[in-house]
Design a protein around this ligand. Sequence first.
Ligand SMILES: Cc1cc2nc3c(=O)[nH]c(=O)nc-3n(C[C@H](O)[C@H](O)[C@H](O)COP(=O)(O)O)c2cc1C
Ligand code: SF4
Length: 651
Amino acid sequence: MSRAYRYLFQNIQIGPVRLNNRIVFTAHLTNLSENGLPGERLAYYYRERARGGAGLIITEEQSVHPTDRAYEKLIEAYREDVIPGYRLITGMVHQYGTKIFAQLNHNGNQGSSIYTGLPLWAPSPVRDPLFREVPKEMDRFDIARLVAGYALAAVHVREGGFDGLELQASHSSILRQFLSPLTNHRRDQYGGSLDNRLRLVLEVAAAVRNVVGEQLALGIRLSGDEFTDGGLTLEDTVEIARRLDQAGLFDYINTSVGIATRNLYLVEGSMAMPPGYSVYMSSAIRKAVKIPVVAVGRIKDPVQAEQILREGHADLIGMVRAQIADPWLANKALQGMNDSIRTCLSCNQDCIGRVGLNKTIGCVQNPAVGQEKTRGEGCLQPAPKSRLVLVAGGGPAGLAAAKTAALRGHRVILWEKEDVCGGQVRLAARLPYREEFLDLIRNLRHCLEEAGVELRLGCAASPEKILAEKPDAVIVATGSLPQHPPALAGGENLYTARQVLEEEPELGQNVLVVDLQGFYQAAGVAELLAGRGKRVEIVSPNLYVGQGLGPTLDLEMWYRRAHQLGITMTPDVTVLAVEGSTVRGVHNYSGREVEWRGVDSVVTAAPNRVNDELYFALKGKVAALYRIGDCLAPRRVDAAILEGYRVAAGL
Ligand SMILES: Cc1cc2nc3c(=O)[nH]c(=O)nc-3n(C[C@H](O)[C@H](O)[C@H](O)COP(=O)(O)O)c2cc1C
Ligand code: SF4
């Protein structure tokens, strides 16, 4: 066991449950359920984190009543036929000594009647800002039915073999809506004073306790601060926590922050948020209560987790995305293998990004996420025969392919024309608040070293050189090349966003950024240039600038920074021509001509084109030839890594 950790791997008692360590995989939606029930895919997902050493897993929310269906794949804990799936999950997780709690919830007004045809339930007829549907103000019969729903779900959880339950009263829950004066305007015994607003939580807790007795642990998750005028502040939450602790019904308090349908970017902070950004909340709560408290929020590595425990800010550490990216984080830390941990980037691209689009959860770095049964640790089979595999290109696709092929026992040589690996990811990391992308390269480079890949840096792979090696298989991962939108090509003072990052050309004072991507290529370069004192305007044909930043929860923070930097945003306009220092465009809806004069430099962010020369030069000359990543079709890093994995896994 590593001596670096005095606290992280200490046992801890949570009510009747003893945990092996302090690392918690807190609740998160996966979209892995099937027809409202947990199944094998979800069980394997949790099992992988248990195998990897997590001390405690808390399941995604389990709904307690049919009036609650905020999204399609919500698990329906009020159905009796949920029990077999629960038993499958708990049985698999318990094999590895990990404990597992079920999170119970009703989303209240933070949902939609679109799936159920039933009115939403809420303490008061207050619309949620995202769903914008007026809910039914619950009467006392509804409240009784809700409490009974929690109790019934608790029966199923108990029968399903769980070690405990957690009541979601945090960023998306009816219990928080009752606690908060923002959403609770009632005049009866459930509204008004804090004691009244706490009444429902305590009734639910008592009903659940009545079902599970002292055999199972019971916890509650609170939003430390709603960060909304008129809502709960940290001071309020500390007082709530103190009273809940005094009530003696709970064994621990978990924390979160914000309101999921108002400021989700606070709940799952991207890399623009400081690491451990909400730890001060668990710290404040911990001072007011006697029961253990969980800290969360961009806690990405075990050293950071250890420090939080050592400094007394929490008793347990929630690490969600860190263990999505690397399910084996806990065991690697325990064995002193920190360098082998595949550090999460907080990019939100494939976890939040996919789940928000109603797709199953994923991770840009880990192609096994959601596919643990077939791609989890140990699934990669040794190749029947070791072969010589040449990989051309050291971007993410090439690195992932080289690593996977080497792990299968092939002899692998990777050629990269630059002196460093990383391809476009290295450039992306030069953008403001994007430097954590460098971890992706570091993670993959480390794997190459462990797997024994022969790395030839500063070597451009020519067809002759490759053929001279007499390889059994060649994987071409030569990436893509930037290009201007065809209508603008040939204009003066024109630069691609990539050129700005790669070559750092001297640009004029007035810069127009033409964005055809909607993601960080334009937004990031604009921010970089504005930060250097340029006067920057972004023009986009989309409804708003930076549309692609929404799914990764980067939009709000970027807009704040962009406005502070004075970046002008012009949506709905298609740029048609660059003529000297004049740029012409057209407004998409009115047809009005738009003209910019005195533009010193134009920066374009358009889709790349494939760099497939090497591939076609080798075509027909090697028996097994593949191309992957951007040189096949320019996309994002997740596609590059997945393709690298998939091709090499089949060699
Ligand atoms: C894809 C995803 C879905 C989530 N869904 C839930 C949820 O259903 N219930 C909940 O209490 N928290 C949910 N969360 C919040 C996490 O429990 C956690 O608080 C958050 O991810 C911050 O921790 P991290 O920085 O370690 O990822 C979700 C997080 C992610 C990444
Ligand atoms: S997609 Fe990005 S944020 Fe999500 S788990 Fe993977 S690396 Fe972390």
